[in-house]
Design a protein around this ligand. Structure first.
Ligand code: BDR
Ligand code: CA
Length: 314
């Protein structure tokens, strides 16, 4: 069977009590998908500090039986942005159990560059957190811009009359600007599509109990649903934003895209990180993206659950 090489960059917080679970669901799907071949995992700050994301990545890979997958420790702070607002979020969660070892890990930036260079034209880079590692990699090794197969990023928010900044972009707007205008083939999945696919307490409860990775997901999901409902973000369940990005890799037909340039607000302090589409004829800079505008939500929901249950399409 032909498999698709993937490098995943993630601020994974599954494993940190009380924190978000979508990067974890995405990693479980990636490892369960027979058509995908995860060649490396880079960590980044975001949902949790980078050290915690690194512990969480290694713990989940172990639970998935993939301890051999290379892990790179990523960047711990944005390029310019003041981290105090998301540090406050991070401080709400329980302590992350440390994963032993890890002192000799490569950096996520090195691992990303090496992974792409080792298979020119083949590797899809899946970005599930703030885009700092990708931005540094693109600046440090501009050749990878031309040798990735594509970059698929969960990030941004498009098409709202009163837009707010999406978390991954808001954490590091300058990095997002670099990544969105780098010139590599780019697909962007924003909140408008990811929020259409909700997972209920019942969905999580009926996942199998005989799988160590799923047990961790099942144990953390109800608490996260409590958070999103209390914040008024979602009702009756939670979105799994990053899992939708994996679904987009698995099935191109789930999502409809438009070609556009993407502007990231950098200057206005009140609007930093807000993203907007620019029609191509007005586009400036190098980059254009395929930006998701519609999703078959029920089909995506079923694909994500099947894949979590080890029934991904082959
Ligand atoms: C994105 O930010 C994080 O909260 C999630 O893991 C996801 O990557 C959604 O805005
Ligand atoms: Ca994430």
């Amino acid at each position: 069977m032909m498999t698709q090489p993937v490098f995943v960059d993630t601020d994974i917080s599954l494993g940190t009590p009380g924190a978000e679970i979508d990067d974890g669901a995405a990693l479980i799907m990636l490892m369960h998908a027979p058509t995908l071949d995860v060649r490396g995992v880079g960590t980044v700050y975001g949902n949790v500090p980078v050290e915690q994301a690194t512990h969480n990545a290694r713990r989940l890979l172990s639970r998935l039986g993939h301890e051999e997958t290379p892990v790179g420790r990523g960047v711990g702070l944005p390029l310019i942005e003041d981290p105090s607002w998301f540090a406050e979020w991070q401080s709400r969660y329980g302590p992350t159990p440390p994963w032993p070892g890890g002192d000799t890990l490569p950096t996520a930036v090195e691992l990303l560059i090496e992974t792409v260079r080792a298979a020119p034209g083949e590797v899809s880079v899946l970005a599930l957190g703030p885009l700092t590692n990708l931005a540094i990699a693109a600046r440090l090794a501009p050749d990878i811009v031309h040798s990735v197969r594509e970059v698929v990023a969960m990030g941004g928010s498009f098409g709202h009359a009163a837009p707010t900044a999406e978390f991954n972009v808001r954490c590091d707007p300058e990095a997002a600007h670099i990544v969105f205008s780098a010139g590599w083939p780019l697909r962007l999945l924003g909140l408008e599509v990811t929020r259409q696919v909700l997972f209920s307490r019942h969905d999580f409860a009926r996942l199998p109990d005989d799988d160590r990775a799923l047990r961790l997901l099942k144990s953390q999901a109800p608490g996260w649903i409590d958070v999103v409902e209390a914040e008024g973000w979602e009702e009756g369940g939670c979105a799994l934003h990053d899992a939708v990005a994996v679904a987009a890799l698995l099935d191109e037909t789930l999502i409809t895209y438009v070609n556009a340039s993407v502007n990231v607000e950098l200057a206005d302090p009140a609007r930093r990180g807000i993203t907007a589409l620019k029609p191509l004829e007005e586009g400036q800079g190098n980059g254009t993206a395929r930006v998701a505008v519609a999703i078959e939500a029920d089909r995506c929901h079923d694909l994500i659950l099947s894949c979590l249950e080890r029934k991904c399409p082959s």
